[in-house]
Design a protein around this ligand. Structure first.
Ligand SMILES: [Zn+2]
Length: 259
């Protein structure tokens, strides 16, 4: 291309210019294709509604599955943590037990996508969770789009949590997590299922990183609090489309969402 431009400035050639424009146009199409603009995030409810105690949604997991094979979330009454990986939806309850989610269960908050890696990163050193987040953040090509993030491999340490089912009147999440169960996992193989979302989405969703974990043996997992990687690879899915599904429930319709 540089050579063509040099030739053009040397002796202007309309046919050559047309060819150059065609090449540029074709090239920009091929970039759009590799970024898969049809990739989409699907979220049920709003993050702020969940934070304020709207813990009963009307979307079943059977319906949620139609919108993604990868994601995270919770269950009505805040009864456990959800991780979806390779099309299987798991529930980690407050005792740490993992089960496959029944299609009839409902979610007050979940975020899913059909995961399709655009790039793979392999760090050459062990990282804490904070280090992992910095490592991923500096590698993100754009700061104003959405990313689904899959971190697979071995972890020297993984600290997760799950929450107990809540009773009405529901407290805000900041209260509900005060008696959360925490699990320390050591030398464990598994996958972090996560998202990175830009700051402008705050309120509607959660900005920055949100990570859930499921072990390879599907016996442990939860919402990630801390970790130390050992031997991992990171897959990143670039996403430019975001859909929200809002519950038609009295609690959601009457929630005061002013933040
Ligand atoms: Zn979580």
């Amino acid at each position: 291309m540089l050579k063509t431009r040099a030739e053009l400035t040397h002796a202007f050639n309309p046919a050559g210019l047309l060819l150059a424009i065609m090449i540029i146009t074709f090239h920009s199409h091929s970039i759009a294709d590799t970024e898969k603009p049809t990739d989409s995030i699907f979220q049920t409810s709003l993050f702020e509604a969940l934070m304020e105690g709207v813990y009963e949604g009307d979307l079943t997991y059977g319906d949620l599955k139609k919108h993604g094979d990868f994601g995270l979330g919770t269950f009505n009454r805040l009864d456990g943590e959800m991780v979806a990986l390779d099309g299987v939806f798991y529930r980690i309850d407050s005792d740490g037990k993992v089960s496959v989610v029944d299609d009839s269960l409902k979610s007050p908050f979940a975020i899913v996508t059909f995961f399709d890696s655009n790039e793979t990163l392999v760090p050459d050193q062990q990282l804490s969770c904070e280090g992992l987040k910095k490592y991923i953040e500096q590698a993100l090509p754009e700061k104003n789009i959405f990313y689904a993030i899959k971190v697979s491999g071995e972890f020297e340490f993984m600290k997760t949590r799950s929450v107990h089912a809540q009773e009405k009147p529901y407290p805000p999440v900041s209260e509900a997590v005060k008696d959360q169960s925490e699990f320390d996992l050591k030398n464990i193989k598994g996958t972090i299922v996560g998202y990175w979302l830009p700051l402008y989405i705050e309120g509607m969703s959660q900005s920055g990183f949100h990570f859930h974990f499921i072990s390879d043996d599907k016996k442990s997992g939860g919402h990630v609090l801390e970790c130390k990687t050992k031997d991992i690879s990171i897959d990143i899915d670039h996403i430019r489309d975001f859909q929200f599904n809002l519950s038609d429930t009295e609690d959601f319709n009457n929630a005061e969402l002013k933040k």
